[in-house]
Design a protein around this ligand. Structure first.
Ligand code: BGC
Length: 481
């Protein structure tokens, strides 16, 4: 203890109020925000790009509509993302957050180049797998880095900004796809993603390391140098360093806790199921196959399909604001229940439109666009961001890394499986039945939410942990004790 105090006094010895220039701090923090935002943008860009490219790739490589190959082309990115997210924890604790972001940027560049130059389906799948790895690492490291570098008062908005950038990236990819569709170049669609990836790589070179990671590695002096650039007073820096040291004292042994504690196991399973539920809403079927859905609904021309897809992308961005505004006012449960009800109704409407459609578009095609938009509003304002929020809130401190790794992996595994088998399911049971099934899933999730999802609005993370360890039911984890 005495030794620790001597060390602490020592590390703060050179810290003076006049070294901190709050104007510079604000500018630098904005710069760090922007770079992290580019990581989110890349994530979205590479998620969305396939939707417009798919038809051209199918044409060039002769891939039939209801084939497993088609599923692999789409599903390889989420599969790679799953591996990336699983390794994200290890990479970011070994290399540090900043270097992991560089690795991710490198994968974004290599993956995009492989896809752009792909000579056949196998190379294409390899390139998309590498892009997936990049997305997986970025999806684990970026929010972590942001939460460790951002000042406390803007931490929440920084993480929301990141979510928002993902949806903006998806929308941008739809617009860029439309541009390259005019010259029928799917290679251009992938090639253009190299530009922001290079900007990310250069940008990350200039952002500072994470103070928490530096302290965990015993590099206290370096951490203080970083904090001087992103915090506005000496007091804040001292408090933060001591808080970081306190959290580091808690031994993280998630797997040990998982084996020993049935309450923790319950909550790990809840995280896994919540992410599975998010994917079973059908969100990525809409994200990746949007132009195809428009085709089923009767939009004949590829251009019209892509315009409709852009409208969907913009709706996704705008609706994310609804969640940001409502999450701490309405609470998690009512928002989720409303969202699932909207998504169920929208999926059933899409099914009806597809079953009634005629080849020449007409009013029904517009009703389909409307229904897909309503589905997206339902998702982006509820399960989209909220499942991520819940998955981080319900895990106890000691097992948080383990719990979040499991739920994030579940997100990507279910995403990969669902998008890979989607073309097969369409072939086997037909378009209408597939969307009816998705509608029924969303309807069932209303009851799942009522029975198992806790209301975590306004309760501290410590309060949730106390309820969990007292053996309360999952639904009651957010009750005031
Ligand atoms: C989901 C992703 C999805 C994205 C769409 C996220 O919350 O986890 O699978 O592609 O929302 O905006």
């Amino acid at each position: 203890m005495a030794e620790e105090q001597v060390r602490d006094t020592d590390i703060f010895a050179n810290l003076k109020e006049e070294d901190i220039n709050s104007k510079k701090v604000a500018r630098f923090t904005l710069f760090v925000c922007l770079i992290a935002a580019v990581a989110g943008l890349m994530f979205g860009f590479d998620t969305g790009v396939i939707s417009g490219a798919l038809a051209f790739i199918q044409n060039d490589f002769q891939v039939p509509n209801d084939s497993l190959t088609l599923g692999f082309i789409v599903g390889s990115t989420p599969a790679g993302a799953c591996i990336g997210a699983l390794c994200g924890g290890m990479i970011s604790s070994r290399l540090g957050r900043r270097r992991s972001l560089k690795v991710s940027a490198l994968f974004f560049i290599v993956g995009a180049l492989v896809c752009t130059l792909a000579s056949g389906v196998a190379v294409m799948i390899l390139g998309k797998l590498i892009l997936g790895l990049a997305i997986g690492i970025a999806s684990f490291v970026t929010p972590l880095y942001l939460s460790e570098v951002a000042p406390e008062n803007i931490r929440g908005s920084m993480i929301s900004l990141y979510q928002l950038m993902i949806t903006i990236g998806i929308a941008v990819s739809y617009v860029s796809d439309l541009g390259f569709a005019q010259i029928e170049s799917w290679r251009g669609m992938f090639g253009v993603t190299v530009v922001p990836a290079i900007l990310l790589l250069i940008g990350v070179h200039f952002v500072p390391g994470s103070p928490k990671w530096l302290i965990a590695k015993g590099k206290d002096h370096e951490a203080i140098e970083v904090l001087k650039k992103v915090r506005t007073s000496v007091d804040k820096i001292r408090t933060e360093v001591s808080n970081i040291k306190d959290t580091l004292k808690v031994k993280h042994d998630g797997f040990g806790l998982f084996r020993a504690n049935a309450n923790f196991r319950k909550v790990v399973f809840l995280g896994i199921v919540l992410q599975l539920v998010q994917q079973l809403t059908g969100i990525n079927i809409v994200m990746y196959f949007c132009p195809k859905i428009m085709e089923m609904a009767g939009f004949g021309s590829h251009n019209a399909q892509m315009w409709a897809t852009i409208v969907i992308g913009i709706t996704n961005v705008l609706s994310t604001f609804i969640a940001i505004a409502l999450v701490d006012r309405w609470g998690r449960r009512p928002i989720l229940i409303t969202g699932f009800a909207i998504m169920a109704a929208a999926m059933l409407t899409i099914a009806a439109c597809i079953s009634l459609h005629t080849d020449n578009g007409g009013a029904l095609a517009y009703v389909t666009v409307g229904a897909v938009m309503i589905f997206i509003v339902g998702f982006a304002a509820s399960a989209g961001p909220l499942i991520w929020v819940l998955c981080s809130e319900i895990q106890p401190l000691k097992g948080r890394d383990f719990g979040i790794t499991c739920s994030t992996a579940s997100n990507w595994i279910s995403n990969a499986i669902i998008t890979t088998v989607f073309p097969i399911v369409l072939g086997a049971i037909g378009n209408t039945a597939t969307f009816v099934m998705l509608g029924v899933f969303n309807f069932a999730f209303i009851f799942f939410t009522m029975m198992y999802v806790p209301e975590t609005k306004g309760i501290s993370l410590e309060g949730i942990e106390k309820n969990l360890m007292e053996g309360k039911k999952l639904r009651n984890l957010g009750d005031a004790s």
